[in-house]
Ligand binder design. Sequence first.
Ligand code: ADP
Ligand code: MG
Length: 326
Amino acid sequence: MSSEPADLLKARLPAQVLERLASLRLADGRVTLVLDASGLDAAARTALEAEAQSALAQAPDITEVRVAMTAEKATPAARPRIIAVASGKGGVGKSTVSTNLAVALARAGHKVGMVDADIYGPSQARLLGTEGLKPTAREKTLIPVQSPYGVPVLSIAHLVDAGQAIAWRGAMAGNALGQMLDGDWSGVDVLIVDLPPGTGDIQLTMLQRYKPDGAVIVSTPQDLALIDATRAIGLFDKGGVPVIGMVENMAGYACPHCGEVSDPFGHGGAEETAKSGSHAFLGRIPLDISIRRDSDAGTPPAAGDGPQAQAFAQIAAHVSAWLAAR
Ligand SMILES: Nc1ncnc2c1ncn2[C@@H]1O[C@H](COP(=O)(O)OP(=O)(O)O)[C@@H](O)[C@H]1O
Ligand SMILES: [Mg+2]
């Protein structure tokens, strides 16, 4: 008895069945189809099965058509709220603020996760002390890496080898971002997203597909950085994303030799800019060599008990109040 090959059977299937086809097997005139039924209600599943049955029943030499539906995926947990950390310029301390805000929020009792959206310049694997760790995957869902600070994290640095150039086109970068944001964030209430600088593709992907619930804008007190910060604020305003407030980073430098405090990047600019745009001012982080040193070592200052931990805790308290008010 000759059977029609599997490919010819597939050609008989209508598009709405084909697009849900997980597998098709043919043995001794019996064909077994596995269809992905995720998202379908009972009526739609019955209709899909009937379509598959009738399309294959007419094929020659087929004695039996069996249709199996994959188990409905568990309804996904409520998506965590997303807080984007952004700036107009690079190097102003977005990643540093993201890490320490996440750690400080976790210390305050929130269930916090971190997505490093800086595909071309990832920082969070190092900053959260998870360098060299690899996420696992369940089916196609990435399971975040656990950091020692109670903040699960996904960064492109966990997915590609250290030092490997990341020269992806925009679409691939957007795809990688999507995989991280669609990771298994069950148990996480607040997802901090550390954005790359500026107002490019990644920001647009975020606004269109993973609209943040709020944004924290980081700036140095310097005029130029502030002009760029204002641009970043404009992007969120246009996208309908509330700006939670501004953080002024690298404000005031205490000379480690004489103790004199100077203001290499000016002082108070972010607070004034926040006020002039009627945005909240969340706090000020000084330029402090220990922040750079601890950050590079993968031990976030917010996890310690120094004065910088205090400063980050205060910023986290503002964000926490904002979250509670929603
Ligand atoms: N308040 C600060 N004091 C000292 N160094 C800082 C401070 N904030 C950030 N840095 C350092 O500045 C560099 C750039 O910070 P980063 O957070 O990576 O900026 P961005 O993500 O905006 O590019 C890093 O080496 C970081 O450790
Ligand atoms: Mg960064």
